[in-house]
Design a binder for this molecule. Structure first.
Ligand SMILES: Cc1ncc(C[n+]2csc(CCOP(=O)(O)OP(=O)(O)O)c2C)c(N)n1
Ligand SMILES: [Mg+2]
Length: 582
């Protein structure tokens, strides 16, 4: 990189670019503001080493960095400016914080001499980011830049990964330094930042419990991706003959044809056979999952109180918290699973066969997307069944870099019906907060992270929140297929009113926006509204043959008419009206 300033000195902004490039960052998602122009000057000069993706909303820049991080296992980087840029970024950071996604947010701030003057865009950024980042700091002096970038990256990737923020007062971006940058270490941005095993006696105790179990189960979440522990999960399950359930975040940790796989556990997307199998377990090993109420159907699958829990997590504030009174193994999942694999003996062949047979039975007990209690109550529904659409598309675009899903109809359908042929984080569903409006922008990050075509499932409510980003997709001519499930409603919430509040629908039926002219006006040249699976197939085949920005709008029945795999809703439709508590 050439020095652009006199006497071989570099500006703070150049040091940021140097450091990012040195740490292997290739893409930054962002939107400029008054205080950050110095950074854009450096981005202009050094666009050969750092790609900048200009976005339409700072929330979306963070969602892109989030998806980029999920599919690459590396830090995603977003940059925004003071005031509105920072406050809008918060909306994206909340999801990353709750989901343990390593993001470096770079923000500019007002000049230090303007502090306390009511300057335009002034806000206490440390306070603003306190709930949505795991670490944050102001870089007060230019010579701190390289080390602070390194520290921020280490904070993002070690322990429980998460978003971090580095705040640059505007003059620091322009100040000159004679530093030439840090010693580059691209590996620092890669997860996991460290690998720490469990105390041997605790691991031995856990292994003994698993070995003695009558019905051991393993429940895995996205921490398995963080740790790259997919092979260890499969091997431990094989040795024990244990069933493996995944959270939605854990989808992709185990391939569908693994005989130990049960399926998705819990309430959103969980299947009856999986939940019933877990409910009977006597020993449960949780790996890299919060084991929250949604993942466990209100702590009944497995049953808190009767199951003996073993919980592996890098975060002591997660391991053993929701299922106390067991063994908490705090550290790196791959390392600790390795300790357990070492310590357990293979179960006898007859035991394994019996256990695998039970797992196979449990897998058969799934809800039928064509015969749901909603349909029984309301009769046949108009529109295409979302499950059919997901399966069809998955079969037609097998080389997908990743698939994403927004909340509402897309989440349980994509989680259940998008197949997993290979391990890896390729199903990206934001389950930290379940923020609407994620999948449209996040698909951009998914593309830049994988370099392959992306399929993104959204819904009419989410569309309204993030359709402005479609222009970015067409500006870069990205190979993204958007599929919108339209039910003209904030359907998920309407369903809750339907089931638990006497069908008093309120605040859930906004007007309709036709997404196709919006996509066209944003530069999309391929849009469609198929009304049959054949028509859907035709447009998806066009996308597969020539992947470029494509928007497909599909009318689907409301959940009131066709019930997605949400066990509590099945229970409610069958007379159990107790509302699940998250
Ligand atoms: C940012 C945000 N606001 C509110 C919610 C609460 N919420 C969850 S699902 C949902 C309805 C989503 O409507 P739509 O996108 O049309 O999907 P549908 O449920 O109709 O399939 C709402 C409002 C949310 N998840 N995220
Ligand atoms: Mg809707």
């Amino acid at each position: 990189m050439e020095n652009s300033v006199a006497e071989n000195k570099r500006t703070g902004a150049e040091l940021i670019v140097d450091a990012l490039a040195g740490f292997g960052v290739d893409t930054v998602f962002g939107l400029p503001g008054d205080t950050g122009v110095g950074l854009y000057n450096a981005l202009y000069d050094h666009s050969d080493v750092l790609k900048h993706i200009l976005v339409r909303d700072e929330r979306h820049a963070v969602a892109m960095a989030d998806a980029y991080a999920r599919v690459t296992g590396r830090v995603g980087v977003a940059e925004v400016s003071s005031g509105g840029g920072t406050t809008y970024a918060v909306g994206g950071l909340g999801e990353a914080m709750a989901s343990g996604i390593p993001i470096l947010l770079i923000t500019s701030d007002i000049h230090t001499r303007s502090r306390g003057t009511g300057a335009l865009t002034e806000i206490d950024q440390l306070a603003l980011f306190s709930a949505v980042t795991k670490w944050r700091a102001i870089v007060e002096k230019v010579d701190q830049v390289p080390n602070m970038v390194r520290t921020a990256i280490i904070e993002a990737t070690t322990g429980h990964p998460g978003p971090v923020a580095l705040i640059f007062p505007e003059e620091v971006l322009d100040q000159l330094s004679s530093l030439t940058g840090t010693v580059p270490d691209p590996e620092l941005t890669r997860l996991p930042g460290e690998r720490i095993g469990a105390r041997p006696e605790l691991a031995a105790g856990a292994a003994a419990r698993l070995q003695q179990a009558e019905k051991p189960v393993i429940i895995v979440g996205s921490g398995v991706f963080t740790s790259q522990a997919e092979a260890e999960v499969a091997e431990l399950a094989r040795k024990l003959g244990a069933g493996i359930a995944t959270s939605i975040h854990g989808r992709g940790t185990v391939v569908d044809d693994n005989p130990n796989l049960l399926g998705i556990s819990g309430n959103n997307g969980g299947q009856p056979g999986v939940n019933a199998h877990l409910a009977e377990a006597d020993v449960a090993l949780f790996v890299g999952t919060r084991a929250n109420a949604t993942n466990t159907n209100g702590f009944t699958c497995p049953r808190r109180g009767s199951v003996f829990p073993i919980h592996i997590d890098v975060d002591s504030a997660i391991a053993g918290v929701n299922y106390p009174d067991g063994i908490a193994l705090i550290g790196d999942a791959k390392t600790i699973l390795g300790q357990l694999i070492e310590a357990v003996a293979e179960v006898p062949e007859r035991t394994r066969e019996a256990r695998l047979a039970e797992i196979a039975e449990a897998r058969k007990d799934v809800t039928d997307p064509h015969e749901t209690p909603g349909q029984v109550e309301n009769g046949p529904a108009a529109g295409l069944i979302p499950a059919d659409c997901v399966k069809l598309i998955a079969a037609l675009v097998p080389e997908t870099g990743c698939v994403l899903a927004d909340p509402g109809t897309p989440t349980p359908n994509v989680a259940n019906y998008w197949p997993v042929a290979e391990t890896g984080r390729r199903i990206v569903i934001p389950r930290g907060h379940g923020p609407m409006g994620y999948a449209i922008p996040a698909a951009v990050g998914g593309y830049f992270g994988t370099g392959a075509p992306v399929v993104s499932f959204t819904a009419d409510g989410s569309f309204g929140m993030s359709c402005g980003e479609l222009e970015t997709v067409s500006r870069f001519n990205l190979p993204i297929l958007y599929v919108q499930f339209t039910n003209h409603s904030y359907g998920w919430i309407k369903m809750l009113q339907h089931l638990y509040y006497d069908k008093k629908y309120f605040g859930v039926d906004p007007g309709t926006i036709d997404p196709l002219p919006v996509a066209q006006a944003s530069g999309f040249t391929r849009t469609a509204r198929p009304t049959s699976l054949e028509e859907l197939e035709a447009v998806v085949r066009e996308f597969a043959a020539d992947p470029r920005p494509t928007y497909v709008d599909i009318e689907v029945p409301h959940m009131i008419a066709v019930t997605p795999p949400v066990p509590a809703w099945y229970a409610a439709l069958n007379g159990d009206s107790e509302r699940p508590v998250y």
